[in-house]
Ligand binder design. Structure first.
Ligand code: SME
Length: 152
């Protein structure tokens, strides 16, 4: 089981004193991708000019623009709530960037009191993400938001 307390501490150490948001997002994606087992994609979509745009990530090349309300990412962003999808093929409107993806967890991020983007994690394993992962990764997202608040 992933030690999320440790993961949040590692994120805090990596982001300490860093005021470049893109640098913090890139290191957060790398930390997640190399710590969590069974992932094929870990990264961010950022809200720019009315749509989610591809941000820092590790994994295969992905779709560059996702309208709000479309796919798992756009739906989570529009609702402002985490979406844990155990089987992406059963999710209406799922956008298959990597055919290997079987389950997905998307957590919206807020900066300055407004939607900033989403954290997106994909797994080739059905049912990869548990409630414990959701809770732990929401804590990770809150720690990341704190780091992003002081950046540009
Ligand atoms: N599957 C996502 C699209 C992004 S990729 O998985 C990286 C979705 O349905 O929103």
């Amino acid at each position: 089981m992933t030690d999320y307390k440790m993961l949040c501490a590692q994120l805090a150490a990596l982001t300490e004193g860093v005021d470049e948001r893109i640098s913090n997002l890139a290191n957060a994606a790398a930390l997640l991708y190399h710590t969590l087992p069974d992932l094929n994609w870990a990264g961010f979509y950022l809200l720019r000019r009315g749509a989610l745009r591809l941000g820092p990530f590790l994994g295969r090349p992905a779709c560059v623009r996702i309208p709000l309300d479309r796919g798992v990412c756009g739906t989570a962003a529009a609702r402002g709530e985490t979406l844990l999808v155990p089987d992406v093929h059963a999710f209406p409107g799922h956008i298959a960037c990597d055919a290997a993806s079987a389950s997905e967890l998307v957590i919206p991020l807020q900066v300055g009191g407004a939607l900033y983007g989403v954290l997106d994690l994909d797994s080739p394993k059905k049912g990869r993400f548990t409630e414990a992962d959701r809770t732990g990764l929401e804590a990770f997202a809150r720690a990341l938001e704190t780091a992003l608040e002081r950046g540009e």
